[in-house]
Design a protein around this ligand. Structure first.
Ligand code: NAD
Length: 496
């Protein structure tokens, strides 16, 4: 059985720890490999390599750095099917969706190719007499990226293209559930000409994360995962003097107003609720139907959801399995809890006939109607193909529901009323908002991130926030002597 190792100084690294975790193909239930779980000493070895590579990479010219990025972009674009196949084999999402994931990651690489422009500072001539000031953005040093299982390629690519382009070195700690994409990307960097030690991978669990949080050589941490772990990483990383951006969980509401195009809304609810089996932080999990349209809307959604083919993602199906058996069982238990709390099961994914192996971790699309806000299917992030319909009487009630929620990642409003749309994007306390767009993931040149319990820290991912997160500014004040200079003055510097 293959062992999925770490990546150090441009080659695989076995590490000294003998601890491992199984890696499974969710569509077959077969264990396909075992991933190494780093000890703290293994992490230290990898961090040392990243620290050693930093001075030369920081000082590499922007021309050299961008050449490597452009090569990485070309290689990734040419070979993205390979990466998508790896994602499907360990995560379970269907191949077309895995290709979508890689394409969205590619967009961040393309954004980072423009780093010379993004790093430009300011210059002020004659701030004081014959005194000029300029500002520069400089790299931080070795930075760590800790990523979740649900986007094993795209989420790391939210961060590492910008971090590397800006002159930092990187230690990526992927999810132990689907670790192979990280090594494939590491090899691609190598092929693109990135110097050894600039991009490293450490496989592992809490032990590895804790060492990254405490290791003084690591200057910044970009974390993505569930809210409790995001909070833990933020609190402990900042306590160790690091810059931390920790993106957490979500409960995304899609509000449908009575004047909306109900067919468009029904299509969107199905795509955003069941794409990637609901294992997206931007998935719609609460559908808020406003007023008298609820019966009609639920019927249209159910009609569409029934046509979804659940099965092995390599067979051209629409929706794959859940990531692990334990996660599938947990999501199924939420459905049971919703049912016994009084929700109406309009479509029951527990009885799905999947196009795939008997031992795959299957759960079909599920729709629960008349969900109450006290039910666990509503209060908790389920992270599965379960759409909970909450019925309200007014726009104000819908808005209050969203703003009272502890999460604030994404939300969407479906309407044909421009005034209502404007009120919504102005009033809603959520970081990413869609108007007739169900999954409003911003483009690479904007920044991705939620509010409230969906993000701890000040910076969102990529875009301007990403460039700022991975650099620190320096303001330089200069005066070149000329014959007019002279004299002592012990007062605080003032401008003349
Ligand atoms: P997770 O929190 O279980 O794991 C995330 C990372 O933390 C992994 O690398 C994991 O190894 C590590 N980890 C797990 N337990 C840990 C512990 N006790 N101490 C330290 N590190 C630990 O999340 P997941 O199940 O892999 O991913 C799904 C979650 O990620 C969902 O909550 C989803 O909403 C969230 N997510 C959020 C975003 C976003 O942008 N806000 C994007 C993707 C996923």
């Amino acid at each position: 059985m293959q062992t999925i190792a770490h990546w150090l100084d441009g080659k695989p690294f076995a590490g000294s720890s003998t601890a491992t975790a199984p890696v499974t193909n969710p569509a077959t239930g077969v264990v396909t490999g075992q991933v190494a779980l780093a000890s703290a000493a293994d992490v230290r070895t990898v961090v040392e390599a990243a620290a050693a590579a930093f001075p030369a990479w920081r000082d590499a010219s922007l021309a050299k750095r961008t050449q490597v990025l452009f090569r990485f972009r070309e290689l990734l674009n040419e070979r993205k099917e390979e990466l998508a196949a790896i994602i499907t084999s360990e995560h379970g999402k269907v191949l077309a969706d895995a290709m979508g994931e890689v394409s969205r990651g590619l967009e961040i690489v393309e954004f980072a190719c423009g780093i010379p422009h993004l790093l430009k500072g300011g210059y002020t001539e004659n701030a004081s007499t014959k005194v000029d000031i300029f500002s520069v953005r400089q790299a931080l040093g070795p930075v760590a990226i800790i990523s979740p299982f649900n986007f094993p390629a795209m989420v790391p690519m939210w961060f590492f293209p910008v971090a590397i382009a800006a002159g930092n070195t990187v230690v990526l700690k992927p999810s132990e559930k689907d670790p192979s994409s990280s090594l494939w990307m590491a090899e691609l960097w190598q092929e693109a000409g990135l110097p050894a030690g600039v991009f490293n991978v450490v496989q592992g669990d809490k032990v590895a994360v804790d060492e990254l949080l405490e290791n003084p050589a690591i200057k910044a941490i970009s974390f993505v995962g569930s809210t409790p772990i995001a909070k833990y990483v933020y609190v402990n990383g900042t306590a160790h003097g690091k810059r931390v951006q920790a993106l957490g969980g979500a409960k995304n509401h899609m509000v449908v107003l009575p004047d909306a195009d109900l067919d468009l809304a029904a299509d969107a609810a199905v795509n955003a609720g069941f794409g990637s089996a609901g294992e997206r932080c931007m998935a719609v999990s609460a559908l808020v139907a406003v007023g008298s349209i609820a019966d009609d809307l639920v019927a249209r959604i159910a009609e569409r959801a029934k046509t979804i083919r659940t099965g092995d993602g390599t067979r051209g199906t629409d929706m794959g399995p859940l990531v692990t058996e334990a996660h599938r069982d947990k999501v199924a238990a939420y459905i049971a809890a919703g049912e016994s709390a009084g929700a109406t099961v309009v479509l029951d994914g527990r009885t799905v006939k999947a196009d795939g192996a008997d031992d795959g971790f299957w759960l079909g699309p599920t729709i629960l109607d008349h969900v109450g806000t006290e039910m666990s299917v509503y209060t908790d992030e389920i992270f599965g193909p379960v759409l909970s319909v909450v019925r309200v009487e007014s726009y104000d009630e819908a808005l209050a529901l969203i703003n009272a929620n502890p999460y604030g990642n994404g939300t969407a409003l479906f309407t044909n009323d421009g005034g209502a749309a404007r009120r919504f994007h102005n009033e809603v306390e959520v970081g990413m908002v869609g108007i007739n767009v169900p999954i409003p993931v911003p483009m690479a040149y904007y920044s991705f991130g939620g509010w409230k319990n969906s993000l701890f820290g000040d910076s969102h991912a990529h875009g301007t926030d990403g460039v700022h997160f991975f650099t620190r500014t320096k303001a330089v004040t200069t005066r070149w002597l000329d014959p007019s200079h002279g004299g002592l003055n012990l007062g605080f510097p003032q401008n003349h």
